[in-house]
Design a binder for this molecule. Structure first.
Ligand code: HEC
Ligand code: HEC
Ligand code: HEC
Ligand code: HEC
Ligand code: HEC
Ligand code: HEC
Ligand code: HEC
Ligand code: HEC
Length: 454
């Protein structure tokens, strides 16, 4: 029966393939004609990049040539606010002749006289968007790559068993994992092109060859750079997911996320900054709570500003520091007051206060009932020489790591953002299991004076 049905499609498929083939052939010959004929080339540009009309000859040359070499880039730029405001390729890619990122001897750039760089650090954006860059620099996002470089323990985590002993494969796990979220110290070759082991990176805390830190393209991607994209939860989801910080999964588990999924497509996403208010949308996204202006609250690129706790650390403490490198970046009471201002646009203060009262209780429960006893056992075993040297081959230390880094964060972040499945089943429930298993191993080691054999 199903065979007969499949056979009836064959003549249709053959016709379809013929049509596609003919279409492809004519597209190819059209392309050849365009590149060999200057006149036709200009006409192509006019249709691809209407915003290039009226630019200086120098700025226009970039668009015209790149419309054939990298049409995707020109198309994105052409549909950006930048293009309609006359912000050109040169405004972002021109640099000083002494820049460590200067492009040299680029094939295709024989006629180009401007000093260019492929890399565009935040200071370039700051020429026109100073406030946003300053706020980003004051946030926890700023340290994302710096702290991965600085922490010895993290270097162990990356290198211990992930390529160090394999000729030519060192760093593969870090390059495709950590640095794609955290960022990387970018190095350039003699042409000013970033090297293969340091680029591309879509990490948020990239460190540029001139020492600058940050990456403005992770939430509004190049070359469209839109505000709409950054306001949707998808903008955060490439990094804020998974077993150790499942923020997108938590969001999907909340009423807010459910409403966004049900009707978000019809919301208004492009209101100007400070003017994006309830009515444009019915439920908050990540950006609404952590960044956007709402009511009297000003928009901010400092994602640490509205936080009370540090919910990623081993033990959560109220925030109290202006230093973006500090674990406690932010100010707990002011942060909580601002976050409550967000909720107040759609909920009563009675509801909001009750919500935070039980969320805070959950954070304290994690600190006192799970982390504190786990840490005490760890310290005891360490003092008695009953820990293996390689923590990643020691059941007790693996459990300890999972307790704070995975389930401990899920319980706290699930509670603080209203995701019950993550607060309980992926959180507190597993915390309890971890603790019982750690207690068994601990008791065995203390009673026998030795580390158990598998
Ligand atoms: C006559 C054609 C042409 C012109 C004019 C031109 N480019 Fe290019 N550009 C190229 C080609 C070809 C490449 C290499 C693309 C590749 O490697 O795939 C390139 C690469 C680049 C790169 C990336 C560096 C690299 O090597 O990968 C940047 C950034 C760039 N161009 C910006 C500009 C800017 C800004 C202008 C205007 C000042 C400009 N281009 C003018 C053809 C051109
Ligand atoms: C608003 C600033 C801005 C404008 C305008 C801009 N670029 Fe870029 N461009 C960037 C940023 C940011 C990057 C990423 C570089 C980095 O990681 O530092 C980039 C990267 C590139 C790259 C290399 C990366 C890749 O994906 O291949 C090319 C090529 C490029 N731009 C070409 C152009 C051209 C051509 C134009 C004009 C049509 C243009 N850019 C306009 C900011 C800009
Ligand atoms: C030469 C000045 C200039 C530079 C450099 C510049 N921008 Fe812009 N940017 C503008 C202007 C002008 C607008 C449009 C403002 C408006 O329409 O209200 C804009 C708008 C934006 C918007 C809002 C778009 C929207 O949908 O409303 C974003 C996001 C943005 N820029 C990001 C960047 C980033 C990231 C960089 C650096 C990679 C950068 N800009 C570099 C001038 C600049
Ligand atoms: C999928 C993206 C992603 C990957 C891959 C990733 N991280 Fe993270 N990391 C994050 C996010 C998001 C946070 C913030 C969690 C929070 O605030 O609750 C974070 C937090 C951290 C922190 C705590 C913050 C601090 O300032 O100390 C450290 C350390 C860290 N990551 C190191 C690493 C290392 C090392 C790797 C690779 C072995 C790695 N991460 C891989 C996204 C990622
Ligand atoms: C963590 C995600 C994220 C990063 C990283 C980010 N932005 Fe934004 N950006 C947003 C969001 C969200 C908005 C919209 C805020 C709102 O609703 O008003 C925005 C809005 C903007 C706007 C429009 C005006 C404004 O301030 O609201 C500009 C300009 C801008 N960003 C520039 C930048 C620059 C420059 C950088 C690099 C320092 C950057 N952004 C990095 C998320 C981000
Ligand atoms: C490209 C990856 C990436 C994207 C996209 C991203 N983040 Fe982050 N975020 C991180 C990393 C990595 C950290 C941890 C930095 C650290 O503590 O060292 C972090 C930390 C945070 C923190 C905690 C800061 C602190 O002080 O502890 C908040 C809140 C946050 N991000 C919110 C957001 C929101 C909201 C968005 C989307 C609008 C977003 N992030 C987009 C990677 C990202
Ligand atoms: C309804 C508002 C709201 C929404 C929506 C929301 N958050 Fe949160 N978020 C909070 C609150 C409240 C906290 C806890 C703040 C505190 O410490 O009191 C928090 C905490 C966090 C943290 C933990 C920071 C730390 O200390 O480790 C991260 C990371 C984060 N949110 C990212 C996100 C991302 C990504 C999204 C979207 C997928 C999102 N949030 C959606 C309100 C929200
Ligand atoms: C843009 C409006 C908006 C904002 C801002 C907002 N919420 Fe909500 N929230 C809603 C809507 C709508 C619902 C669904 C109400 C329902 O279930 O009938 C909801 C539901 C909830 C629920 C589920 C319980 C219930 O009554 O359905 C909690 C808990 C919650 N919000 C907490 C918060 C907190 C805490 C904040 C601030 C950090 C916040 N909300 C910010 C609109 C908002």
């Amino acid at each position: 029966m199903s065979r007969q049905r499949n056979l009836t499609y064959i003549p249709f498929l053959v016709t379809l393939l013929l049509i596609v083939g003919i279409a492809l052939l004519s597209a190819c010959s059209g392309g050849q004609a365009a590149s060999s004929n200057q006149n036709q080339n200009t006409q192509n540009t006019a249709s691809i990049a209407p915003n290039a009309q009226g630019l200086t000859d120098e700025a226009r040359a970039c668009v015209e040539c790149h419309a054939t070499k990298t049409p995707g880039i020109v198309n994105d730029w052409d549909h950006s606010k930048h293009a309609s405001a006359g912000v050109t390729c040169l405004d972002c890619h021109e640099t000083t002749p002494d820049s460590p990122m200067l492009l040299k001897d680029i094939k295709g750039h024989e006629e180009v006289t401007a000093s260019l760089s492929m890399l565009v650090p935040p200071s370039t954006c700051a020429k026109c968007h100073e406030k946003e860059v300053k706020e980003f620099d004051a946030s926890g996002h700023h340290r994302a790559a710096l702290q991965v470089e600085n922490k010895d323990a993290m270097q162990t985590l990356i290198h211990h068993h992930e390529g160090r002993d394999f000729e030519g494969l060192d760093g593969a796990s870090e390059e495709t994992g950590c640095m794609q979220c955290h960022g990387k110290r970018i190095e350039v070759d003699e042409h000013g092109i970033p090297t293969a082991d340091t680029y591309p990176t879509s990490g948020i805390g990239n460190i540029y060859p001139n020492g600058e830190v940050g990456n403005c393209t992770v939430c509004h991607t190049r070359h469209k750079f839109t505000i709409e994209e950054s306001r949707k939860p998808d903008a955060c989801a490439s990094c804020h997911l998974g077993p150790d910080h499942p923020d997108i999964e938590i969001y999907e588990n909340t009423k807010h996320g459910q409403i966004y999924a049900a009707e978000g497509e019809s919301w208004k996403w492009d209101s100007p900054p400070g003017d994006w208010e309830p009515g444009d949308y019915r439920a908050p996204t990540c950006a609404t709570c952590h960044m956007s202006g709402i009511g009297d609250l000003e928009p901010t690129h400092n994602v640490s500003q509205r936080l009370y706790w540090n919910a990623w650390a081993k033990v959560s403490k109220p925030r109290d520091s202006d230093d973006p490198m500090s674990m406690l970046t932010g100010h707990a009471d002011e942060g909580r007051a601002e976050m409550k201002q967000v909720c107040a646009q759609c909920h009563s203060s009675a509801m909001t206060d009750s919500f935070f009262a039980s969320a805070d209780k959950a954070v304290k429960l994690y600190n006192e009932a799970y982390y504190a006893p786990a840490k005490k056992m760890l310290d005891d075993l360490k003092a008695k020489g009953l820990l293996k040297e390689n923590p990643w081959a020691d059941e007790f230390q693996i459990l300890y790591y999972h307790l704070w880094h995975h389930e401990g964060r899920r319980a706290r972040q699930g509670a603080l953002m209203g995701g019950p499945d993550w607060a309980h089943w992926h959180g507190f429930f597993i915390l309890q299991q971890d603790l019982y298993r750690m207690q068994d191993i601990y008791n065995y080691r203390i009673e026998t004076g030795e580390i158990e054999k598998p």
